[in-house]
Design a binder for this molecule. Structure first.
Ligand code: HEC
Length: 137
Protein backbone atom coordinates (compact mmCIF):
# COMPACT_ATOMS: atom_id res chain seq x y z
CA UNK A 1 0.00 0.00 0.00
CA UNK A 2 1.24 3.45 -0.83
CA UNK A 3 1.85 5.83 2.04
CA UNK A 4 -0.71 8.31 0.64
CA UNK A 5 -3.39 5.61 0.69
CA UNK A 6 -2.61 4.76 4.30
CA UNK A 7 -2.91 8.43 5.21
CA UNK A 8 -6.23 8.62 3.39
CA UNK A 9 -7.59 6.01 5.79
CA UNK A 10 -5.73 7.14 8.86
CA UNK A 11 -6.97 10.74 8.90
CA UNK A 12 -10.73 9.98 9.06
CA UNK A 13 -10.15 7.17 11.58
CA UNK A 14 -8.25 9.52 13.90
CA UNK A 15 -10.92 12.22 13.50
CA UNK A 16 -13.76 9.81 14.33
CA UNK A 17 -11.69 8.58 17.30
CA UNK A 18 -11.39 12.12 18.65
CA UNK A 19 -15.14 12.73 18.34
CA UNK A 20 -16.02 9.42 20.04
CA UNK A 21 -13.52 10.07 22.86
CA UNK A 22 -15.00 13.54 23.42
CA UNK A 23 -18.56 12.28 23.68
CA UNK A 24 -17.43 9.48 25.96
CA UNK A 25 -15.46 11.70 28.32
CA UNK A 26 -18.19 14.36 28.49
CA UNK A 27 -20.70 11.69 29.44
CA UNK A 28 -18.24 10.44 32.02
CA UNK A 29 -18.40 13.76 33.91
CA UNK A 30 -20.29 13.11 37.13
CA UNK A 31 -23.94 14.20 37.07
CA UNK A 32 -23.43 16.67 39.94
CA UNK A 33 -20.77 18.54 38.02
CA UNK A 34 -22.83 18.66 34.82
CA UNK A 35 -25.90 19.86 36.76
CA UNK A 36 -23.79 22.52 38.46
CA UNK A 37 -22.53 23.74 35.11
CA UNK A 38 -26.09 23.92 33.74
CA UNK A 39 -27.92 25.34 36.78
CA UNK A 40 -25.46 27.20 38.94
CA UNK A 41 -22.36 28.23 37.02
CA UNK A 42 -24.19 31.09 35.28
CA UNK A 43 -24.10 32.84 38.66
CA UNK A 44 -21.47 31.04 40.74
CA UNK A 45 -19.19 30.95 37.71
CA UNK A 46 -17.02 28.20 36.36
CA UNK A 47 -15.77 25.82 39.08
CA UNK A 48 -17.96 27.71 41.60
CA UNK A 49 -15.48 30.46 42.31
CA UNK A 50 -18.08 33.23 42.64
CA UNK A 51 -18.26 36.73 41.18
CA UNK A 52 -16.62 39.47 43.24
CA UNK A 53 -19.02 41.25 45.65
CA UNK A 54 -22.15 39.88 43.99
CA UNK A 55 -22.04 36.09 44.15
CA UNK A 56 -20.29 34.14 46.90
CA UNK A 57 -17.91 31.31 46.10
CA UNK A 58 -19.04 27.74 46.72
CA UNK A 59 -15.51 26.37 46.24
CA UNK A 60 -13.45 26.32 49.44
CA UNK A 61 -16.37 28.10 51.14
CA UNK A 62 -16.67 27.96 54.94
CA UNK A 63 -20.45 28.23 54.54
CA UNK A 64 -20.61 24.97 52.58
CA UNK A 65 -18.32 23.16 55.02
CA UNK A 66 -20.24 24.40 58.09
CA UNK A 67 -23.78 23.89 56.74
CA UNK A 68 -23.88 20.66 54.71
CA UNK A 69 -27.45 19.95 55.87
CA UNK A 70 -28.70 23.33 54.55
CA UNK A 71 -27.39 22.94 51.00
CA UNK A 72 -30.35 20.93 49.65
CA UNK A 73 -32.89 23.55 50.81
CA UNK A 74 -30.80 26.40 49.39
CA UNK A 75 -30.64 24.64 46.02
CA UNK A 76 -34.39 23.91 45.93
CA UNK A 77 -35.74 27.18 47.37
CA UNK A 78 -32.98 29.71 46.78
CA UNK A 79 -31.85 32.02 49.57
CA UNK A 80 -32.02 35.72 50.33
CA UNK A 81 -30.85 38.15 52.98
CA UNK A 82 -27.37 38.85 54.26
CA UNK A 83 -24.93 35.97 54.23
CA UNK A 84 -21.24 35.87 55.15
CA UNK A 85 -18.96 33.56 53.18
CA UNK A 86 -15.24 33.40 53.97
CA UNK A 87 -15.58 36.65 55.93
CA UNK A 88 -17.21 38.57 53.05
CA UNK A 89 -20.78 39.89 53.18
CA UNK A 90 -23.24 39.19 50.36
CA UNK A 91 -26.85 40.25 49.97
CA UNK A 92 -28.37 39.32 46.62
CA UNK A 93 -31.22 36.87 46.16
CA UNK A 94 -30.46 33.43 44.74
CA UNK A 95 -33.25 31.98 42.60
CA UNK A 96 -34.99 28.68 43.45
CA UNK A 97 -34.56 25.56 41.31
CA UNK A 98 -37.82 23.65 41.92
CA UNK A 99 -37.33 21.52 38.77
CA UNK A 100 -34.44 19.52 40.26
CA UNK A 101 -35.26 16.03 41.55
CA UNK A 102 -34.08 14.79 44.96
CA UNK A 103 -31.44 12.63 43.25
CA UNK A 104 -30.19 15.58 41.20
CA UNK A 105 -30.03 17.73 44.35
CA UNK A 106 -28.08 14.95 46.09
CA UNK A 107 -25.55 14.88 43.26
CA UNK A 108 -25.16 18.67 43.26
CA UNK A 109 -24.71 18.75 47.06
CA UNK A 110 -22.01 16.09 46.78
CA UNK A 111 -20.32 18.06 44.01
CA UNK A 112 -20.28 21.09 46.34
CA UNK A 113 -18.83 18.97 49.16
CA UNK A 114 -16.20 17.61 46.78
CA UNK A 115 -14.81 21.00 45.74
CA UNK A 116 -13.75 21.96 49.28
CA UNK A 117 -10.12 22.05 50.30
CA UNK A 118 -10.55 19.48 53.08
CA UNK A 119 -12.28 16.20 52.27
CA UNK A 120 -15.94 16.38 53.35
CA UNK A 121 -18.31 13.59 54.21
CA UNK A 122 -20.81 12.95 51.41
CA UNK A 123 -24.59 13.04 51.92
CA UNK A 124 -26.80 10.22 50.70
CA UNK A 125 -30.32 10.41 49.29
CA UNK A 126 -31.98 9.59 52.63
CA UNK A 127 -30.12 12.42 54.36
CA UNK A 128 -31.02 14.83 51.56
CA UNK A 129 -34.70 13.84 51.79
CA UNK A 130 -34.56 14.56 55.53
CA UNK A 131 -32.80 17.90 54.85
CA UNK A 132 -35.58 18.84 52.41
CA UNK A 133 -38.34 18.02 54.93
CA UNK A 134 -36.69 20.42 57.37
CA UNK A 135 -36.41 23.44 55.06
CA UNK A 136 -37.38 26.66 56.80
CA UNK A 137 -39.35 28.79 54.38
C1 HEC B 1 -29.32 33.78 39.98
C2 HEC B 1 -27.97 33.50 40.40
C3 HEC B 1 -27.72 32.22 41.17
C4 HEC B 1 -27.94 30.93 40.75
C5 HEC B 1 -28.52 30.46 39.42
C6 HEC B 1 -27.50 30.08 41.83
N1 HEC B 1 -27.03 30.83 42.87
FE1 HEC B 1 -26.33 30.13 44.65
N2 HEC B 1 -26.24 32.02 45.37
C7 HEC B 1 -26.46 33.16 44.62
C8 HEC B 1 -26.36 34.31 45.50
C9 HEC B 1 -26.50 35.76 45.08
C10 HEC B 1 -26.07 33.82 46.80
C11 HEC B 1 -25.95 34.66 48.09
C12 HEC B 1 -27.36 34.77 48.67
C13 HEC B 1 -27.52 35.84 49.73
O1 HEC B 1 -26.90 36.90 49.60
O2 HEC B 1 -28.31 35.62 50.65
C14 HEC B 1 -25.98 32.38 46.67
C15 HEC B 1 -25.67 31.52 47.72
C16 HEC B 1 -25.40 30.17 47.58
C17 HEC B 1 -24.90 29.30 48.61
C18 HEC B 1 -24.56 29.66 50.06
C19 HEC B 1 -23.36 30.57 50.15
C20 HEC B 1 -22.07 29.94 49.68
O3 HEC B 1 -21.43 30.53 48.78
O4 HEC B 1 -21.66 28.89 50.19
C21 HEC B 1 -24.77 28.06 48.05
C22 HEC B 1 -24.24 26.80 48.73
C23 HEC B 1 -25.21 28.15 46.68
N3 HEC B 1 -25.60 29.45 46.43
C24 HEC B 1 -25.25 27.10 45.79
C25 HEC B 1 -25.87 27.17 44.54
C26 HEC B 1 -26.09 26.00 43.70
C27 HEC B 1 -25.64 24.59 44.00
C28 HEC B 1 -26.76 26.45 42.59
C29 HEC B 1 -27.29 25.64 41.44
C30 HEC B 1 -28.29 24.63 41.76
C31 HEC B 1 -26.93 27.89 42.73
N4 HEC B 1 -26.38 28.27 43.92
C32 HEC B 1 -27.54 28.71 41.79
C33 HEC B 1 -26.76 33.21 43.29
C34 HEC B 1 -27.15 32.14 42.51
Amino acid sequence: MKISKILLWLVPIVLVGIVVANVFFNKAKPQGERLFENNCANCHMEAGKGLQELIPTVRNADFVVNNPEKLACIIRNGIKGEIIVNGKKYNQPMTAAPHLTEIEITNIVNYLLEIQEKKQQKRNLLEIQKDLRNCEL
